[in-house]
Write a protein that binds this ligand. Structure first.
Ligand code: HEM
Length: 496
């Protein structure tokens, strides 16, 4: 009898929660699949990592440019069209990041990427000057130095035959670029990829990626019991330890040199390899110095956000050029015009700006292969945006990947055609969101553009890029990655 009552009670609770889900789905202004008891629509997304983006594309085809889903009892809305996305990314009250960013918190704490509210506003304001072009110019020698090491590393594979997976090689160069410009010190990842620090960064990135894709590992209780948690703790202690040491050492140096304010450090911005760090160490927020732990969170944030994104971008740009010889030839012709007789020298800052066709290639590649394919925001109060009603606690996913392939904005969207960016007038500005837009857009986009131009120009001047037969299979976490890498072949150019 008791067993019968317990089973009936459980059945009744499941039924009630199911009616709740159905009611929620029916009363939502956004269409979507019918929810199952307990699971909601979780089964829709329980697919192999390489099928995840494909499923999102199918949902868009079936339900339209805004789709509602329930993952268990959590409510999600996925947006595919600029008419909705513009309203969300530019809304001053939709600035809180969604649940997927929580997996970064053990590493990045409340850094600029993950924080919200007043902490985010204050830090965004005082970090913005760190990306002024005066400061960015400091980083040029760093980018050129690392580009040369990268060329040497690539030369080993440049026989015109070998299928080369770009991702791991570019990742080390991007890591060197960002550690040296943000921390003012180099870990020489390209030469010493066995270093504990470099390995720890790789380990943490892959654990975060795993938790974003695997619904079980996403649950804290399950993750904490797994060996991944132990590995994460070890990697965190190495990375945080390094960052703290860098901060401590620089603080001591400033103290010895009796530099206590930004004004006193007349060097800031000009030939100061610690420009970013000094800004954090010497700035005051509401009359107080920023704590070392907050500085640590920002340094780790810029390091994370500044290396995986550019790795993905540079790898796909090279991949696109390897498959479009006519585009590659045009980029190379532009390089020859800029460098005249001496292709061996480094570009000046103004010459990097003259690389206009390369810029179109970068934009077109980021359209088809955006480094950040999906963005997530959490709705913190009931709100109406662009005719859609979002209830509090809804997670809004902005699908940049599919939005940038809409035929409505891009004729023959699957074709790689950099020239389409020559005239931006015809396009809706919110139909290209590789760096996002609005208050939470990418603070590092100018930094990224310069770094990408230096690296791509260097590679193009030294090598001809040839296509590989290996097709990339996309997987997506915070970054667009592939299951088995992004492959091309290389051949040395005779001209140098
Ligand atoms: C091709 C390279 C890059 C791409 C495509 C890219 C793209 C993006 C996107 C789409 C966002 C918005 C994320 C969101 O709303 O959740 C973002 C934010 C951010 N990016 Fe980038 N990024 C790139 C390079 C960089 C670099 C080099 C840095 C730093 C050196 C950087 C630092 C950041 C930071 C700190 C944020 C958070 C900004 C905030 O919330 O206020 N990014 N990036």
């Amino acid at each position: 009898m008791i067993l019968y009552l317990v089973v009936s009670l459980i059945f009744f609770i499941i039924l009630l929660s199911w009616f709740d889900l159905i009611w929620d789905a029916k009363n939502n202004s956004v269409p979507g699949p019918f929810p199952l008891p307990l699971l909601g629509n979780a089964l829709c997304l329980a697919v192999k990592p390489t099928e995840f983006l494909v499923v999102l594309g199918q949902l868009q085809e079936k339900y339209g440019k805004a789709v509602r889903l329930h993952l268990f009892s959590r409510r999600y809305v996925i947006l595919f069209h600029p008419k909705y996305i513009e309203g969300v990314v530019t809304h001053s009250e939709i600035i809180t990041k969604g649940r997927s960013y929580d997996f970064l918190r053990p590493w990045l704490g409340d850094g600029l990427l993950t924080s919200t509210g007043s902490r985010w506003r204050l830090h965004r304001k005082f970090l913005t000057p760190a990306f002024h072009f005066n400061i960015l110019q400091n980083f040029l020698p760093v980018f050129f130095k690392n580009e040369k090491v990268l060329i040497e590393n690539l030369r080993r594979y440049a026989d015109g035959e070998t299928d080369l997976n770009l991702f791991p090689i570019i990742a080390l160069a991007a890591l060197d670029n960002v550690t040296e410009s943000i921390m003012g010190m180099s870990f020489n990842a390209q030469r010493d990829n066995e270093s504990k620090y470099v390995k720890a960064i790789g380990e943490l990135s892959s654990i975060v990626a795993l938790r974003m894709r695997n619904a079980f590992m996403a649950e804290k209780a399950i993750f904490n019991l797994s060996t991944y948690k132990k590995n994460q703790d070890q990697a965190l202690s190495i990375i945080h330890g390094h960052t703290r040491k860098v901060i401590e050492t620089r603080r001591e140096e400033l103290k010895k040199a009796n530099i206590t304010t930004i004004a006193a450090n007349s060097d800031i911005g000009i030939k100061n390899k610690y420009a970013f760090l000094d800004l954090l160490l010497l700035s005051e927020v509401d009359g107080n110095r920023i704590s070392d732990e907050m500085i640590r969170e920002e340094v780790d944030t810029f390091l994370f956000e500044g290396h995986d994104t550019t790795t993905s971008a540079i790898s796909f740009i090279l991949f696109c050029m390897s498959r479009h010889k006519e585009v590659q030839d045009k980029v190379f012709a532009e390089q020859k015009t800029i460098f005249k007789d001496n292709l061996n020298r480094d570009a000046t800052y103004s010459e990097l700006h003259q690389m206009k066709y390369l810029e179109l290639v970068i934009k077109e590649s980021l359209r088809l292969f955006p480094s950040v394919p999906l963005i997530e925001r959490k709705i913190t109060k009931d709100i109406e945006v662009a005719g859609l009603k979002f209830k509090k606690k809804t997670s809004v996913i902005i699908d940049i990947f599919h939005m940038q392939r809409l035929p409505e904005f891009y004729e023959d969207p699957m074709e790689f055609r950099p020239e389409r960016f020559e005239s931006i007038n015809a396009r809706n500005p919110f139909s290209w969101l590789a760096f996002s837009a609005g208050p939470r857009n990418c603070i590092g986009q100018k930094f990224a553009m310069i770094e990408m131009k230096v690296t791509l120009s260097g590679i193009l001047k030294h090598f001809e890029l040839l296509p590989s037969n290996k097709e990339p299979e996309f997987t997506a976490d915070l970054i667009l990655r592939t299951q088995y890498g992004v492959h091309i072949k290389l051949k040395p150019r005779r001209i140098l």
